[in-house]
Design a protein around this ligand. Structure first.
Ligand code: 1DF
Ligand code: MN
Length: 350
């Protein structure tokens, strides 16, 4: 695989990468302090103990790239033919902080830093609003402020201190999303302490497995708790092939219906539609970290060709051949253009 990767649409589409991470120095400093003070949970201690403190080359290079919203990042985008990056504050955002005032301050400051970067590179960058779910009402306000700053959606890094967004306390966040008509990207973080034990014991808590399992659970909880019956136009984006839900969909739907019919769980209530409907009406998947033709085709087949978008997952994933894998997908040209460009243009109103 050796074609040149150029920006500007020479292959018939622009490449819009939709899960591209940045960090701020204040965010990283506070994550490191949390880990050093022994106040981070086991997952964040594992993840940011590595990216924040380890001298390994992957850790150091990744941290430097995360902090660069300037020429270094643009050069890396140019080198891999990425026309536009949809930027979001890297996982876990501010969601790991114990002090809510810290979370609000670093969150607002990160949003300001991102808005300034977008103003410097308005043709290359768009952004998602970071929030601090520790304070749902404040987050709702920040979502409204983010929309005014020109952000095109909201990023939440899965659970917040073991709490999931189907908890009614987070409803102000969904209300603000609905009022501003913005999509919600639910990105992984490390599993909470209640879940991580056998994963971290085997070195499988991070992006290799724990991320996807925990975030897939989060997306599924939102669907089965009826979030899309309450907010029928809400769009929720999941990375990494929508965290494997398309692969599982037949079984998820079959067992969900069986569970509802049997009344085995008080919390499993009938929904207006089956899970196929929500996956094809409200959920969107991206191809971050999943540069594999059969997997991408499966996601498109299960979710529909309007509901899968390209993502690189820079800087955690920066592999030119993964871009080529997308370019060379054996799918119709108009489907490929949707995947690489026009679905993102529609979802994020670019
Ligand atoms: C990793 C991967 C870290 C992803 C991330 O954020 C992340 C990793 C801290 O490889 O450790 O966003 N990812 O989305 O796959
Ligand atoms: Mn990511």
């Amino acid at each position: 695989m050796t074609h040149e990767l150029k920006t500007g649409g020479d292959r018939g589409y622009l490449r819009i990468a939709t899960e591209e991470a940045f960090a701020t120095q204040a965010q990283v400093d506070l994550l490191i302090k949390l880990v050093k003070d022994g106040k981070a949970d086991r997952g964040i201690t594992s993840l940011w103990g590595f990216y924040g403190l380890n001298a390994d080359e992957r850790a150091m290079k990744t941290q430097a790239r995360l902090l660069d919203l300037g020429e270094g990042r643009i050069a890396d985008m140019d080198a891999t033919g990425i026309d536009i990056a949809i930027l979001s504050l890297t996982s876990p955002g501010v969601q790991a902080y114990v002090d809510v005032e810290d979370a609000r301050r670093v969150c607002a400051e990160s949003n300001d830093i991102l808005a300034e970067a977008i103003a410097r590179y308005p043709t290359r960058y768009y952004g998602l609003t970071a929030v601090a779910p520790q304070d749902p009402e404040w987050s709702a306000q920040e979502i409204r402020r983010g929309a005014e700053l020109g952000f095109r959606g909201v990023m939440i890094n899965s659970h917040t201190h073991g709490e999931y967004l189907d908890n009614p306390k987070f409803d102000p966040i969904f209300r603000a999303l609905a009022d501003t008509d913005q999509p919600l990207y639910i990105h992984p973080t490390t599993p909470p302490d209640s879940m991580i034990g056998p994963m971290v014991e085997a070195g499988l808590d991070g992006a290799i497995f724990g991320f996807g399992v925990e975030t897939g659970l989060h997306l599924l909880r939102l669907m089965t708790s009826g979030i899309f019956d309450r907010y029928p136009s809400l769009q929720i984006i999941g990375g990494h092939g929508c965290e494997a839900l398309p692969y599982w969909l037949y079984r998820l739907n079959f067992m969900h219906q069986a569970g509802v019919r049997s009344k085995r769980y008080e919390c499993l209530k009938p929904l207006k539609h089956d899970l196929y409907h929500y996956m094809r009406t409200n959920m969107i998947g991206t191809t971050s970290g999943l540069a594999s033709e059969p997997s991408i085709k499966l996601a498109i087949e299960m979710m529909g060709e309007d509901r899968v978008m390209y993502a690189m997952d820079y800087p955690y994933e920066y592999v030119a051949d993964e871009v080529r894998t997308h370019d060379l997908l054996d799918i119709p040209a108009d489907t490929k253009k949707k995947l690489m460009q026009t679905n993102a243009e529609r979802v994020f109103k670019l």
